[in-house]
Design a protein around this ligand. Structure first.
Ligand SMILES: [Zn+2]
Length: 432
């Protein structure tokens, strides 16, 4: 009897979640942004309702108490998924009343499309933590739990930005890295690296060195040490893939954003989730070079470049776990392959795409919105952003410490985002 009571209580609670969420969601058609999310949650609720309705039948046909217990556990699992779905409520709110400027939203849209390969329902949301983060295709596990495929609609993508940085478009470039995490998953880039690399023997040898080092330095047996090394390697590889995707898409602008952000989080000390800022900077500089940017970047910002090169050449913190050095060596061997699988090709921002530099510089200096070029064409968003960085350094001086002053200049960044917005409008106008 008790099990039956548990089941009916959980089902009632489940239904209550469904009713509450259904009535809290907008009927649709209000704002196009967020409408895919609303649809997704609606489908999840329908699937959950069907699953909850099927439980009494499953309970009745259960053979013994153990089976009945399993049905109750299933009901509890559904209530877990339904509680997760409540996360959508503040997102839906953000979709219709977001605080970031239209230019920023359009930039996020373009970044998400480049990274994920499809137009997404991007919802910028303030984060109470000082951190950028992305949730691409949320609520997958709700559909998995009821054995339904994830609905095929333009995928909802929640982009969290630090609440105090609403207008900081230079920092918002970090979102490209976060969107990269969605791309790594969607496009299975970890496997992509393995397939594209060819002979992995030297890489595995480094990982085996790492496992031995960890085993010797700790009480972990070799199997557990190997598992830990594999976990760290995978984490780091994913982070480096995201960095590389972001740099491919944004060019030197991402390096500057990442320098401003990354320097606050780590120096030459790695952690199990992220490689050190020194190693990340090393790979970003290598990639910048491979993309053909180095001479132009060095010419524009020699001091900043040498500061970055200095960071990149720092040896690993000797107090870091002995295994980390070998894992880093393994990833260094994969650097060219990481660049290869993350190269966005036609969508990459290369020096050839920055031919409008002089004209943009003039417009920005004169505070004329850089939305349209003299030839009547709309400006390129990523050119505007990089020209904006260069203009800001031109005013503040070529020094790393000015990264703070530049990213604090909200009025310049608001001006640039307005230009992004107008250039998109012009582009749409042209294509009508
Ligand atoms: Zn990351």
């Amino acid at each position: 009897m008790a099990l039956n009571d548990d089941l009916s209580t959980l089902r009632e609670i489940g239904r209550r979640h469904v009713d509450d969420l259904s009535s809290a969601l907008p009927a649709g058609g209000e704002s196009p942004r967020g409408s895919a999310l609303v649809k997704l949650v609606g489908e999840a609720l329908n699937a959950m309702t069907l699953a909850l309705d099927a439980l009494p039948g499953e309970f009745a046909s259960a053979q013994d108490d153990k089976d009945r217990e399993a049905v109750v556990e299933k009901a509890r699992g559904y209530t877990y998924q339904l509680r997760q779905l409540h996360m959508a409520l503040p997102w839906v709110e953000s979709a219709s009343h977001h605080h970031v400027s239209q230019g920023t939203v359009l930039l996020f849209d373009a970044m998400a499309e480049a990274m994920l390969g499809v137009a997404a329902d991007v919802i910028p949301t303030p984060n109470e933590t000082y951190m950028y983060a992305v949730r691409a295709k949320p609520f997958r596990s709700a559909f998995v739990s009821v054995k339904k495929p994830y609905p095929s609609l333009s995928p909802p993508v929640i982009v969290y930005y630090p609440a105090g940085e609403v207008d900081s478009v230079f920092l918002h470039l970090i979102a490209a890295h976060e969107l990269g995490h969605g791309a790594v998953l969607e496009r299975d880039l970890i496997q992509g690296v393995k397939t594209a690399h060819g002979d992995l023997t030297p890489v595995y040898a480094k990982l085996s060195d790492a496992a031995n080092a960890l085993h010797n330095a700790t009480a972990l047996d070799l199997t557990l040490a190997t598992a830990e090394v594999t976990r760290v390697f995978r984490n780091w590889l994913e982070e480096l893939l995201c960095d590389a995707l972001a740099l491919s898409y944004l060019g030197p602008s991402f390096l500057l954003a990442s320098a401003t952000f990354g320097v606050q989080f780590s120096g030459s000390t790695p952690g199990s989730s992220h490689p050190s800022n020194a190693f990340r900077t090393h790979l970003l500089l290598e990639q910048l070079d491979a993309m053909g940017w180095t001479s132009e970047f060095q010419e524009e910002l020699p001091q900043v470049h040498s500061w970055l090169a200095d960071i990149a050449s720092k040896p690993m913190d000797p107090s870091a776990g002995a295994h980390y050095e070998h894992i880093q060596d393994a990833l260094d061997l994969l650097a060219a392959t990481i660049r290869h699988v993350t190269d966005l090709r036609d969508l990459a921002f290369t020096p050839n795409a920055f031919t409008d530099r002089a004209e943009l510089a003039e417009l920005i200096s004169a505070r004329i919105l850089p939305a349209q070029l003299l030839n009547g064409k709309p400006t390129r968003r990523r050119s505007v952003i990089y020209a904006g960085w260069l203009h800001a350094f031109g005013e503040a001086g070529d020094h790393a410490a000015n990264l703070a002053r530049i990213t604090a200049d909200r009025s310049l960044q608001a001006f640039l985002t307005k230009a992004l917005e107008m250039s998109v409008i012009l582009q749409k106008w042209e294509s009508v």
